[in-house]
Design a protein around this ligand. Structure first.
Ligand code: PGA
Length: 260
């Protein structure tokens, strides 16, 4: 694991964007795993800027998002479909057919390769299998971007999730519902479950960049990087990954014993 500590969020975002840029320049049909939340926003801004300057062409890249809430329609402002359109896809020349986000919403609409006729448990399971299959069919994720939850989660793999897990329906931890309620009008509006890539799905990415910014991530970062590898902190699995770069700002790194 390579750990890079940057002074602040801006520098962290520039560093992450630089690594993604190099990967796309090297492989124009890169399979890119994407995250939502506050942390990657600056990175996406940098990538959009590079695209506008003519440095980056996204026309051949293939993307897979980590997760999506269950029960929000794709045009709900807090859905991750909406987030991705607003914060990245709507600003770059990505081919919509190359975008993959786990299905969401009541009514199960069609998105990309995934079609689920109704919301029964069986169909959700089929959808999870199809998502895994779609990833495999591209040859696997080349570069996965990750944030980390204050409870040490990656994707929505909350404490206690098996480190062998694959794409599945996850119940959100109480702390995650609390953290994410800042985006909703009230806490009760935050969905209680989501579809997420599993820990093992994420682990199989050829290269991973984990980003963390701010003091509220310092404890989770210290546990993930310096604590035992445990399903209680699913990000800790990255200690075993041979090609992971962790980019932190000074505040997120402040509780690391070795680096802080
Ligand atoms: P954040 O979320 O980037 O909004 O802090 C990260 C996460 O929960 O994985």
């Amino acid at each position: 694991m390579i750990i890079i500590i940057k002074k602040n969020y801006d520098e962290l975002s520039k560093e992450a964007a630089k690594i993604i840029k190099e990967a796309i320049l090297e492989k124009p049909n890169l399979v890119l795993g994407l995250a939502t939340g506050s942390t990657p926003l600056g990175t996406y801004q940098e990538l959009i800027q590079m695209h506008k300057e003519g440095i980056l062409d996204f026309s051949r890249i293939i993307t897979f998002n980590l997760d999506e809430y269950l029960g929000l329609s794709a045009n709900h402002p807090q859905s991750y479909h909406y987030y991705m359109k607003k914060n990245l896809f709507g600003e770059i020349n990505i081919n919509p057919e190359n975008i993959h986000i786990p299905e969401c919403s009541e009514g199960w609409r069609r998105t990309n390769v995934l079609r689920v006729p109704d919301g029964t448990a069986k169909d959700v399971k089929a959808l999870c299998r199809d998502y895994e299959k779609a990833i495999q069919e591209t040859g696997g994720i080349d570069l996965q971007i990750l944030g980390i939850g204050s409870d040490g989660h990656i994707g929505f793999n909350e404490p206690g999730t098996s480190l062998d897990s694959r794409t599945h329906v996850a119940k959100l931890a109480e702390s995650t519902i609390r953290d994410n309620s800042r985006f909703f009008e009230k806490k009760e509006d935050v969905p209680e479950s989501a579809i997420t890539m599993g820990v093992q799905t994420i682990f199989e990415a050829k290269k991973i960049i984990l980003l963390a910014s701010g003091e509220n991530k310092a404890t989770a970062v210290a546990k993930a990087l310096e604590g035992p590898i445990t399903s209680q902190i699913t990000a800790s699995i990255l200690q075993r990954h041979s090609n992971t770069i962790v980019i932190l700002d000074e505040k997120a790194a402040s509780k690391l014993k070795k680096y802080g």
